[in-house]
Design a protein around this ligand. Structure first.
Ligand SMILES: Cc1cc2nc3c(=O)[nH]c(=O)nc-3n(C[C@H](O)[C@H](O)[C@H](O)COP(=O)(O)OP(=O)(O)OC[C@H]3O[C@@H](n4cnc5c(N)ncnc54)[C@H](O)[C@@H]3O)c2cc1C
Length: 390
């Protein structure tokens, strides 16, 4: 038996399961995270602004549209994409959200369902961070039921007229192009709406106490004339947006592990130094049980995501498996962040320590891309064959 000390943030040595290329991706993202983005993200969170200067840096590392082969994208595998999300979210969910939206919700549908002209026009520019995208699916009356969307488009000669609104849209006010899902007589279609199109307005949602370093906003369409060449030709059903969500949710399962690791790391250090009743509080049974529980949940999440990534790379991943991991890993990360906040006592409410920022961010992450309830019902439907949504 080996007496080698285990890494507290990687008890089952997931690192040894990674290929050389995957380790390289993880370590290079970790480096930019530690030295550049983590300090900037904390400040950005406090100022309630998105640090747009980091877009160029993540683009330079090949992190935008990293799973796409060609069009100036890195062509990395799914496990590498997961590791990118994990390392970025170890810093802050805001930057990871930006990368998820750009990669999985905007570049993915253009690549999967777009025309060759659309791909040539948008993918290289988006990979370089020169064009920013957003994804408009959720509407003000209820995001969990996207099939009931009110935003609609009608053919008008060679164009379409788009009307309606979208709510809670990441990157809304900084996007050059919005992939907007709208009901038409021919089914649900994806429209690439460009920022200067007349009748298209955006508005930032202010005063958020979560994901403060990410832009969130609303999109409004008042008879926006969208040329047919801006419609994604490859899909005409809810499958379009749902397939994008599967990609993004997969990345989230990894991302939240990073946030949870950052919280565990913080309390491991803090409880060694905090002396109460004559001893470091880390020496008490209660504290050890609480931190062991964090490690147990992180380890479970890591194993789920790695298995999911390998399934995805083999083309065998099912959306239900993604739902189970999104539910499990977000719940684990949020519980860990809340408990870590408590372990720090009064200091836990200060942004000088990471848990409260992660905790507040994770309140969004557990809600967006399908709430916990939605994912539980997806798993329930798989188990019973009964759709219990309605
Ligand atoms: C910071 C942030 C960024 C976001 N970014 C984007 C984005 O870029 N693009 C985008 O399109 N959307 C985005 N969203 C929207 C997000 O996906 C939705 O908020 C989410 O899907 C939930 O929709 P809702 O807020 O309308 O809640 P609702 O759908 O109204 O849900 C309300 C409550 O009802 C519960 N519920 C739902 N269905 C059932 C049921 N059948 N049985 C019992 N309970 C149920 C839910 O779990 C929830 O607790 C973002 C949201 C946030 C907060």
């Amino acid at each position: 038996m080996s007496a080698k000390a285990l890494d507290p943030l990687d008890l089952y040595d997931i690192r040894s399961e990674l290929s050389e290329d995957e380790v390289m991706v993880k370590d290079s993202v970790a480096l930019i995270d530690d030295y550049r983005s983590i300090p900037d993200m904390r400040e950005a969170f406090e100022k309630h602004e998105f640090p747009q200067h980091l877009v160029g840096e993540v683009a330079e590392l090949g992190l935008l549209g990293s799973s796409i082969d060609g069009y100036d994208c890195a062509g990395l595998n799914s496990v590498s994409y997961g590791l990118i999300c994990q390392e970025l979210e170890r810093g802050d969910s805001g930057l990871r959200s930006f990368v998820s939206v750009q990669s999985s919700l905007v570049m993915f549908p253009i690549h999967a369902y777009g025309s060759e002209e659309q791909k040539q026009r948008w993918l290289p520019a988006m990979a370089r961070g020169e064009a920013i995208g957003c994804f408009g699916l959720t509407e003000p009356h209820g995001g969990s039921d996207p099939g009931n969307m009110k935003t609609h488009a009608k053919r008008d000669g060679d164009d379409w007229l788009l009307n309606g609104s979208k709510m809670w849209i990441t990157n809304a006010t900084i996007a050059d192009a919005a992939v907007v899902w709208a009901m038409t007589d021919e089914g649900i279609k994806g429209f690439i709406v460009e920022k200067d199109m007349p009748g298209f307005e955006t508005q930032e949602i202010e005063n958020k106490f979560s994901l403060r370093a990410s832009v969130t906003g609303a999109l409004f369409f008042d008879n926006v004339r969208v040329p047919n060449e801006n419609v994604l030709p490859g899909v005409s059903s809810l499958k379009g947006p749902l397939s994008c969500l599967t990609q993004a949710r997969y990345g989230i399962t990894w991302g939240v592990i990073g946030a949870a690791q950052a919280c565990l790391n913080e309390v491991l250090n803090y409880t060694q130094d905090r002396v109460l009743f004559g001893q470091p509080v880390a020496n008490t049974q209660t504290m050890q049980i609480r931190m062991s529980d964090m490690a147990r949940r992180i380890t479970t999440a890591q194993l789920l995501s790695l298995r999911l990534g390998r399934l995805k790379d083999n083309g065998e991943m099912s959306p239900t498996q993604v739902s189970l991991a999104k539910w499990n890993n977000c719940r684990a990360a949020l519980d860990i962040a809340r408990d870590a906040r408590d372990i720090l006592g009064g200091a836990g409410i200060s942004a000088e320590y990471v848990p409260i920022r992660h905790m507040l961010n994770l309140e969004s992450v557990i809600t967006y891309e399908g709430t916990e309830t939605v994912h539980q019902l997806v798993v329930g439907k798989e188990l019973t064959g009964v759709n219990a949504f309605g």
